[in-house]
Structure formats: C-alpha cells, structure tokens
Design a protein around this ligand. Structure first.
Ligand code: WNU
Length: 152
C-alpha cells in the first residue's frame, strides 16, 4: 500500500506540470491535492453527458478522452477533439453556471481523472484573477466555436 505521503507528492508534482496550475502557490496546490478524488473509467464510458448538471472539474491523469457534441445536420454527436494526460475539462458548466455543453467519453480502459468539486474549483481559480480571466476567455471561445460549428 502506497503511503498517503507518497500519493500526495505524486499528485502534487503532476499538478505542477499542468500548465493551468503552474502559477499556483505551493499551499494552494497542496490543498487541491488534499481535496482531490480519483475516478477511473473504462473505454466507452461517459465521464460527462451533454445536457446534464455538473459540479465537477476534471484533470486527466492517465488515458485519453473524446469530446463530442450535438451538431446541427448530424444525427450523432460529432467529435470535436481528443484530450490526453495533463489536459482538463468540465470548467464550462462551472464558469457559465450552465448544464454540460458536450460529452466526454473515455477512449481507453483505466482512464484516470482527478476530480475537483465546485467549491474547491472556485477556491482554486477564485483568488487568481489571471486564471479566472484566462478560463472565462477560453469558455467564451468555446461558445463561439460551438455556434460556428452549428452554422457551418
Ligand atoms: C468545445 N465546446 C464545448 C472542449 C477543455 C478545457 C478548456 C476546451 Cl479550458 P462542460 C463538457 C466539456 C466543457 C469543456 C469541454 O467539454 N470542451 C468543449 C469544447 O468546443 N465544450 N461546448 N472543447 S475540451 C476543453 C477548453 O471543458 O465543459 O462543463 O462539459 O460544458
């Protein structure tokens, strides 16, 4: 059995490598590690379903996921992109206070995600204006590209 200490150090250094979090001070990052949950998904499993309510933010620690979304003119949701280790998702529902705007589907067995709940997400970004501004801008861009895709 791996010690709590070892687990803590492992996730701490992993989170430090995530570009979004690289500026966070040590104690902030350590707090996030304390509050993390790890979720495991098999290939084809839905991590997020479009249209559902969501209160969590995810960081991929292992594996790959596919992002798909309902698109005008297609009967099936269309793949927008794939994300891998160190990428994150689920920020949009939290920031826009809206339902999930896309599906996230595991592409591999034993895909692992670090899960941060809304309160801890708010604590994480809330005190950092740059981080907040960055994510808000990004989320706005996502809405625009969603519209563009549907108009195409
Ligand atoms: C896209 N349109 C929509 C991605 C991840 C993080 C950032 C892009 Cl900062 P949610 C579904 C999630 C959504 C996003 C993610 O899917 N997503 C997209 C798109 O073109 N969502 N509507 N690309 S990957 C991605 C930017 O995280 O958050 O809570 O759940 O709506």
């Amino acid at each position: 059995m791996r010690s709590t200490q070892a687990r803590h150090e492992e996730y701490f250094s992993f989170l430090r490598s995530v570009s979004l979090l690289k500026e966070l001070p040590e104690e902030k990052l350590a707090r996030i590690v304390d509050c993390l949950e790890v979720d495991y998904f098999d290939k084809g499993e839905y991590i997020i379903c479009e249209g559902e309510e969501g209160n969590t933010f995810f960081i991929i620690a292992k594996g790959e996921v596919s992002v798909t979304r309902t698109t005008e003119g297609f009967s099936e949701p269309q793949e927008i992109k794939t994300l891998g280790v160190g990428d994150y998702f689920g920020e949009k529902a939290l920031i826009s206070e809206d339902v999930r705007s896309a599906n996230i589907i595991a592409k591999e067995d034993d895909t692992q995600c670090l899960v941060v709940d809304r309160d801890n997400f708010n604590q994480m970004v809330g005190t950092y204006e740059e981080l907040q501004a960055y994510l808000r801008e990004y989320v706005e861009q996502l809405s625009l590209s969603d519209e563009r895709r549907n108009a195409a």
